[in-house]
Design a protein around this ligand. Sequence first.
Ligand SMILES: NC(=O)c1ccc[n+]([C@@H]2O[C@H](COP(=O)([O-])OP(=O)(O)OC[C@H]3O[C@@H](n4cnc5c(N)ncnc54)[C@H](O)[C@@H]3O)[C@@H](O)[C@H]2O)c1
Length: 351
Amino acid sequence: MKILITGGAGFIGGNFCHYMVKNYPEDSFVCLDALTYAGNLETLKDLLNKPNFQFVKGNICDTNLVFNLFKKEKFDIVVNFAAESHVDRSIENPKIFLETNILGVQTLMDACKKFGIKRYHQVSTDEVYGDLPLDRKDLFFTESTPLHTSSPYSASKAAADLLVMAYHRTFNLPTTISRCSNNYGPYQFPEKLIPLIIKKALNNENLPIYGKGENVRDWLHVYDHCTAIDLIIRKGKDGEIYNIGGHNEKTNLQVVKEILKYLNKPESLITFVKDRAGHDLRYAIDPSKITNELGWKPKYTFETGIGPSIQWNIDNKKWLKNVESGEYLRFMENHYKDNIIDKKEEEGITY
Ligand SMILES: NC(=O)c1ccc[n+]([C@@H]2O[C@H](COP(=O)([O-])OP(=O)(O)OC[C@H]3O[C@@H](n4cnc5c(N)ncnc54)[C@H](O)[C@@H]3O)[C@@H](O)[C@H]2O)c1
């Protein structure tokens, strides 16, 4: 099978590329990524010389580029991780979120429709459901929980989900959607909570926590997200939505204290800052559909997954340093220019 992975130079897409290339040597993979600030080719450096892996630099909103790629490669499966993904950035500048997260999805699905695929999989988020009250521990998001978004980020992801469902219903496109809770693990960009706290704690800096740190997130190790998507693209039913989560609800304060304990750093580093506008209170996923119908089970609990993830950040200081210094932006030019196809440089094949 030939599989297109978009956004594969990012955190989850990068982990998915590693997971798939390792586990399916008989399949071939193309990673399409625009290498925005969040895309880091260094994450994929061990894959760039593999015969069954190809990296293409390009934007999912670029119709010519996307159509030409589909025409040439004849993909069986498309898994779309490409997105603007940081809530705070969406509050500052919503437009790029609407372009990539909605119009990019439309472009990809139009290509799927024109050139034919066996499955288009949209990687979505539990944030499309909005939030749950802190005092109702009995409530969980199911696949039929109404969409009720809070941020421009989640609104753009919800719009994409609706578009995916519309393409399934109107054009019979074979689609699936997964909605996962918060991820942690290797290769996460250090603007997100867990790697940010690890980085700052290691430097003995103050740790900024929104509000009182009471907001609850349902944390899943990125490896478990990858196994779930793998199952969905192979065994999931067309037109279906699958929630992914491992019942690992933690307040932000609990997460930070856990990291400080592992690093043997004092809790006095914690500093509470003004809450984020529209900050969701609690996310909690009910994963019984993917468990019962596809047999998915997570490998990690938060307690077993967080230690190795903290250790990854300690052991991979060079990767983190390159991200922080912007050095990773030069990585492509310096080391891998011969292995990368920038579709803009190719002669256009018209569609
Ligand atoms: N991080 C989480 O906890 C989480 C949880 C649930 C769902 N998700 C979803 O998973 C997906 C991946 O999240 P992530 O945390 O890995 O994001 P990320 O920001 O780390 O990576 C996004 C990747 O997409 C690429 N990209 C951005 N715009 C593009 C465009 N127009 N064309 C091509 N490539 C583009 C970036 O260069 C980057 O490599 C997103 O769709 C996100 O909504 C994330």
